[in-house]
Design a protein around this ligand. Sequence first.
Ligand code: SAM
Length: 266
Amino acid sequence: MIATPIGNLEDMTLRGLRLLREVDVIACEDTRHTQRLLDHFAIATPCLSYHEHNEAARAGQLVERIESGQSVAVVSDAGTPLISDPGYRVVQAALERGITVIPVPGASAVLAALAGSGLPTDAFCFGGFLPPKQGQRRKALAAWGEVEATLIFYEAPHRILETLADVAAVLGERRIVLARELTKLHEEFLRGRVSEVVTALSQRATQKGEMTLLISREKAVAVVQAPVAEAVRELVAGGMERMEAIKKVARDRGLAKREVYAALER
Ligand code: SAM
Protein backbone atom coordinates (compact mmCIF):
# COMPACT_ATOMS: atom_id res chain seq x y z
CA MET A 1 0.00 0.00 0.00
CA ILE A 2 2.06 2.89 -1.28
CA ALA A 3 1.17 6.54 -0.67
CA THR A 4 1.66 8.93 -3.58
CA PRO A 5 1.63 12.76 -3.57
CA ILE A 6 -1.57 14.80 -3.20
CA GLY A 7 -0.25 17.53 -5.46
CA ASN A 8 3.42 18.23 -5.02
CA LEU A 9 5.47 15.44 -6.59
CA GLU A 10 8.32 16.10 -4.17
CA ASP A 11 6.16 14.43 -1.53
CA MET A 12 6.75 11.03 -3.11
CA THR A 13 8.89 9.13 -0.65
CA LEU A 14 12.19 7.49 -1.53
CA ARG A 15 10.94 4.17 -0.22
CA GLY A 16 7.74 4.45 -2.26
CA LEU A 17 9.76 5.15 -5.41
CA ARG A 18 12.08 2.21 -4.84
CA LEU A 19 9.18 -0.16 -4.27
CA LEU A 20 7.24 1.11 -7.29
CA ARG A 21 10.33 0.23 -9.35
CA GLU A 22 10.87 -3.15 -7.72
CA VAL A 23 7.37 -4.67 -7.69
CA ASP A 24 6.08 -6.81 -10.57
CA VAL A 25 2.87 -4.87 -11.00
CA ILE A 26 1.18 -1.71 -9.71
CA ALA A 27 -2.55 -1.84 -9.10
CA CYS A 28 -3.92 1.66 -9.54
CA GLU A 29 -7.27 3.41 -9.58
CA ASP A 30 -6.76 5.13 -12.90
CA THR A 31 -3.88 3.75 -14.92
CA ARG A 32 -3.51 6.92 -17.02
CA HIS A 33 -3.31 9.07 -13.90
CA THR A 34 -0.68 6.87 -12.24
CA GLN A 35 1.21 6.54 -15.52
CA ARG A 36 1.93 10.28 -15.39
CA LEU A 37 3.49 9.87 -11.94
CA LEU A 38 5.50 6.87 -13.12
CA ASP A 39 6.66 8.69 -16.25
CA HIS A 40 7.77 11.63 -14.13
CA PHE A 41 10.00 9.33 -12.10
CA ALA A 42 10.99 7.16 -15.10
CA ILE A 43 9.43 4.02 -13.64
CA ALA A 44 8.55 1.31 -16.17
CA THR A 45 6.61 -1.11 -13.93
CA PRO A 46 3.37 -2.30 -15.60
CA CYS A 47 0.02 -1.08 -14.19
CA LEU A 48 -3.38 -2.65 -13.95
CA SER A 49 -6.60 -1.02 -12.85
CA TYR A 50 -8.06 -1.54 -9.40
CA HIS A 51 -10.94 0.75 -8.58
CA GLU A 52 -14.22 0.79 -6.69
CA HIS A 53 -16.13 -0.82 -9.58
CA ASN A 54 -13.88 -3.85 -10.00
CA GLU A 55 -12.48 -3.93 -6.46
CA ALA A 56 -14.16 -7.16 -5.37
CA ALA A 57 -13.16 -9.15 -8.46
CA ARG A 58 -9.69 -7.64 -8.69
CA ALA A 59 -8.85 -8.27 -5.04
CA GLY A 60 -9.00 -12.03 -5.67
CA GLN A 61 -6.91 -11.72 -8.84
CA LEU A 62 -4.27 -9.65 -7.08
CA VAL A 63 -4.03 -12.19 -4.30
CA GLU A 64 -3.61 -14.96 -6.89
CA ARG A 65 -0.77 -13.06 -8.50
CA ILE A 66 0.95 -12.73 -5.15
CA GLU A 67 0.45 -16.42 -4.43
CA SER A 68 2.04 -17.22 -7.79
CA GLY A 69 5.16 -15.37 -6.63
CA GLN A 70 4.61 -11.82 -7.89
CA SER A 71 4.81 -8.70 -5.76
CA VAL A 72 2.00 -6.15 -6.08
CA ALA A 73 1.93 -2.49 -5.12
CA VAL A 74 -1.42 -0.77 -4.62
CA VAL A 75 -1.68 2.99 -5.15
CA SER A 76 -4.61 5.36 -5.52
CA ASP A 77 -4.88 8.48 -7.66
CA ALA A 78 -3.45 10.59 -4.86
CA GLY A 79 -2.44 10.26 -1.24
CA THR A 80 -2.71 7.13 0.83
CA PRO A 81 -4.67 4.24 -0.67
CA LEU A 82 -7.64 3.05 1.44
CA ILE A 83 -8.21 6.55 2.84
CA SER A 84 -11.50 7.40 1.09
CA ASP A 85 -10.02 5.36 -1.74
CA PRO A 86 -10.00 1.71 -2.82
CA GLY A 87 -7.60 -0.78 -1.23
CA TYR A 88 -9.44 -2.16 1.76
CA ARG A 89 -10.71 -5.27 -0.03
CA VAL A 90 -7.33 -6.30 -1.31
CA VAL A 91 -5.79 -5.86 2.15
CA GLN A 92 -8.57 -7.96 3.61
CA ALA A 93 -8.25 -10.65 0.93
CA ALA A 94 -4.46 -10.74 1.32
CA LEU A 95 -4.61 -11.04 5.11
CA GLU A 96 -7.18 -13.84 4.87
CA ARG A 97 -4.66 -15.78 2.78
CA GLY A 98 -1.77 -15.10 5.15
CA ILE A 99 -0.07 -12.63 2.79
CA THR A 100 2.02 -9.87 4.33
CA VAL A 101 0.66 -6.36 3.78
CA ILE A 102 3.17 -3.54 4.03
CA PRO A 103 1.99 0.07 4.35
CA VAL A 104 4.38 2.60 2.83
CA PRO A 105 3.29 5.90 4.38
CA GLY A 106 3.44 9.29 2.73
CA ALA A 107 1.08 12.09 1.81
CA SER A 108 -2.53 12.13 2.93
CA ALA A 109 -4.78 15.18 2.80
CA VAL A 110 -6.35 14.45 6.17
CA LEU A 111 -3.08 14.71 8.09
CA ALA A 112 -1.65 17.57 6.02
CA ALA A 113 -4.85 19.55 6.62
CA LEU A 114 -4.78 18.85 10.34
CA ALA A 115 -1.10 19.75 10.64
CA GLY A 116 -1.68 23.17 9.09
CA SER A 117 -5.10 23.89 10.55
CA GLY A 118 -4.22 25.29 13.94
CA LEU A 119 -7.03 23.21 15.47
CA PRO A 120 -6.35 20.84 18.38
CA THR A 121 -4.61 17.66 17.28
CA ASP A 122 -4.76 15.63 20.51
CA ALA A 123 -7.92 13.91 19.31
CA PHE A 124 -9.28 14.04 15.80
CA CYS A 125 -11.89 12.10 13.94
CA PHE A 126 -11.86 11.55 10.19
CA GLY A 127 -15.31 11.05 8.67
CA GLY A 128 -14.35 10.64 5.00
CA PHE A 129 -16.93 12.21 2.68
CA LEU A 130 -20.23 13.34 4.21
CA PRO A 131 -23.38 11.99 2.50
CA PRO A 132 -24.30 14.01 -0.62
CA LYS A 133 -28.00 14.31 0.30
CA GLN A 134 -28.94 17.02 2.77
CA GLY A 135 -31.10 14.93 5.12
CA GLN A 136 -28.49 12.24 5.55
CA ARG A 137 -25.73 14.81 5.78
CA ARG A 138 -27.45 16.67 8.59
CA LYS A 139 -28.04 13.40 10.42
CA ALA A 140 -24.40 12.44 10.03
CA LEU A 141 -23.25 15.88 11.21
CA ALA A 142 -25.46 15.64 14.29
CA ALA A 143 -23.83 12.32 15.19
CA TRP A 144 -20.27 13.53 14.50
CA GLY A 145 -21.01 16.66 16.49
CA GLU A 146 -21.19 14.59 19.66
CA VAL A 147 -17.61 13.44 19.23
CA GLU A 148 -15.12 15.26 21.43
CA ALA A 149 -12.48 15.71 18.75
CA THR A 150 -11.48 17.87 15.82
CA LEU A 151 -13.66 16.59 12.96
CA ILE A 152 -12.19 16.19 9.48
CA PHE A 153 -14.09 15.57 6.23
CA TYR A 154 -13.28 15.50 2.55
CA GLU A 155 -15.63 17.57 0.44
CA ALA A 156 -16.14 18.32 -3.24
CA PRO A 157 -15.95 22.01 -4.23
CA HIS A 158 -19.43 22.02 -5.81
CA ARG A 159 -20.95 20.89 -2.51
CA ILE A 160 -18.94 22.94 -0.05
CA LEU A 161 -21.43 25.77 0.41
CA GLU A 162 -24.38 23.45 1.07
CA THR A 163 -22.28 21.42 3.47
CA LEU A 164 -21.22 24.54 5.37
CA ALA A 165 -24.86 25.64 5.57
CA ASP A 166 -25.64 22.28 7.17
CA VAL A 167 -22.68 22.57 9.54
CA ALA A 168 -24.03 25.95 10.71
CA ALA A 169 -27.58 24.62 11.02
CA VAL A 170 -26.68 21.45 12.89
CA LEU A 171 -23.55 22.33 14.85
CA GLY A 172 -23.81 26.09 15.10
CA GLU A 173 -21.13 28.68 14.52
CA ARG A 174 -18.16 26.50 15.26
CA ARG A 175 -14.66 27.43 14.27
CA ILE A 176 -13.75 25.70 11.05
CA VAL A 177 -10.81 25.47 8.70
CA LEU A 178 -11.09 24.81 4.99
CA ALA A 179 -7.79 23.49 3.64
CA ARG A 180 -7.64 23.94 -0.14
CA GLU A 181 -5.17 22.68 -2.71
CA LEU A 182 -2.74 21.34 -0.13
CA THR A 183 0.87 21.05 -1.28
CA LYS A 184 -0.02 22.79 -4.55
CA LEU A 185 0.74 26.25 -5.91
CA HIS A 186 -2.50 27.76 -4.60
CA GLU A 187 -2.50 26.09 -1.19
CA GLU A 188 -4.80 28.00 1.14
CA PHE A 189 -6.25 27.71 4.62
CA LEU A 190 -9.52 29.57 5.27
CA ARG A 191 -10.01 29.86 9.00
CA GLY A 192 -12.89 31.31 10.98
CA ARG A 193 -16.43 30.77 12.17
CA VAL A 194 -18.64 28.95 9.68
CA SER A 195 -20.35 32.15 8.53
CA GLU A 196 -17.01 33.93 8.06
CA VAL A 197 -15.69 31.17 5.82
CA VAL A 198 -19.00 31.10 3.91
CA THR A 199 -18.76 34.87 3.39
CA ALA A 200 -15.19 34.53 2.10
CA LEU A 201 -16.17 31.71 -0.29
CA SER A 202 -19.33 33.47 -1.46
CA GLN A 203 -17.23 36.34 -2.79
CA ARG A 204 -15.66 33.96 -5.29
CA ALA A 205 -17.31 33.33 -8.66
CA THR A 206 -16.92 29.55 -8.34
CA GLN A 207 -15.69 27.07 -5.78
CA LYS A 208 -12.66 25.26 -7.07
CA GLY A 209 -9.86 22.98 -6.00
CA GLU A 210 -9.55 20.04 -3.65
CA MET A 211 -10.87 20.70 -0.19
CA THR A 212 -10.60 19.23 3.27
CA LEU A 213 -12.91 20.58 5.95
CA LEU A 214 -11.99 20.65 9.63
CA ILE A 215 -14.47 21.49 12.38
CA SER A 216 -13.35 22.38 15.85
CA ARG A 217 -14.46 20.49 18.92
CA GLU A 218 -17.11 22.60 20.59
CA LYS A 219 -20.36 21.84 22.30
CA ALA A 220 -23.23 21.39 19.82
CA VAL A 221 -24.95 24.72 20.04
CA ALA A 222 -27.49 25.39 17.37
CA VAL A 223 -30.38 23.00 17.34
CA VAL A 224 -31.64 22.82 20.87
CA GLN A 225 -30.89 26.42 21.76
CA ALA A 226 -33.22 29.21 22.64
CA PRO A 227 -32.94 32.15 20.22
CA VAL A 228 -29.98 34.43 20.99
CA ALA A 229 -32.07 37.33 22.32
CA GLU A 230 -34.03 35.03 24.61
CA ALA A 231 -30.82 33.53 25.98
CA VAL A 232 -29.55 37.02 26.91
CA ARG A 233 -32.87 37.98 28.54
CA GLU A 234 -32.90 34.77 30.55
CA LEU A 235 -29.43 35.46 31.94
CA VAL A 236 -30.39 39.06 32.78
CA ALA A 237 -33.58 37.85 34.47
CA GLY A 238 -31.36 35.52 36.48
CA GLY A 239 -29.39 38.51 37.77
CA MET A 240 -26.49 38.81 35.35
CA GLU A 241 -25.37 42.25 34.08
CA ARG A 242 -26.65 42.85 30.54
CA MET A 243 -23.14 43.35 29.18
CA GLU A 244 -21.92 40.17 30.87
CA ALA A 245 -24.90 38.24 29.49
CA ILE A 246 -24.18 39.46 25.95
CA LYS A 247 -20.54 38.47 26.28
CA LYS A 248 -21.44 35.05 27.64
CA VAL A 249 -23.97 34.28 24.91
CA ALA A 250 -21.52 35.45 22.26
CA ARG A 251 -18.79 33.26 23.75
CA ASP A 252 -21.01 30.19 24.22
CA ARG A 253 -22.32 30.34 20.68
CA GLY A 254 -19.20 31.39 18.89
CA LEU A 255 -20.77 34.69 17.78
CA ALA A 256 -19.34 38.17 17.59
CA LYS A 257 -20.81 40.54 20.21
CA ARG A 258 -22.25 42.70 17.44
CA GLU A 259 -24.23 39.67 16.23
CA VAL A 260 -25.77 39.30 19.68
CA TYR A 261 -26.61 43.04 19.74
CA ALA A 262 -28.19 42.67 16.31
CA ALA A 263 -30.34 39.79 17.57
CA LEU A 264 -31.48 41.91 20.54
CA GLU A 265 -32.51 44.74 18.27
CA ARG A 266 -34.58 42.55 15.94
N1 SAM B 1 -6.49 8.95 -0.41
C1 SAM B 1 -6.45 10.39 -0.41
C2 SAM B 1 -5.66 10.89 0.80
O1 SAM B 1 -4.95 10.10 1.41
O2 SAM B 1 -5.72 12.07 1.11
C3 SAM B 1 -7.85 10.99 -0.46
C4 SAM B 1 -8.66 10.53 -1.63
S1 SAM B 1 -10.25 11.23 -1.71
C5 SAM B 1 -10.95 10.35 -3.06
C6 SAM B 1 -9.99 12.79 -2.45
C7 SAM B 1 -10.39 13.94 -1.52
O3 SAM B 1 -9.33 14.21 -0.63
C8 SAM B 1 -10.62 15.25 -2.25
O4 SAM B 1 -11.95 15.33 -2.74
C9 SAM B 1 -10.38 16.26 -1.16
O5 SAM B 1 -11.50 16.37 -0.32
C10 SAM B 1 -9.22 15.60 -0.38
N2 SAM B 1 -7.94 16.06 -0.94
C11 SAM B 1 -7.13 15.37 -1.78
N3 SAM B 1 -6.07 16.12 -2.13
C12 SAM B 1 -6.22 17.30 -1.49
C13 SAM B 1 -5.46 18.50 -1.47
N4 SAM B 1 -4.34 18.62 -2.18
N5 SAM B 1 -5.91 19.53 -0.71
C14 SAM B 1 -7.04 19.41 0.02
N6 SAM B 1 -7.79 18.31 0.02
C15 SAM B 1 -7.41 17.27 -0.73
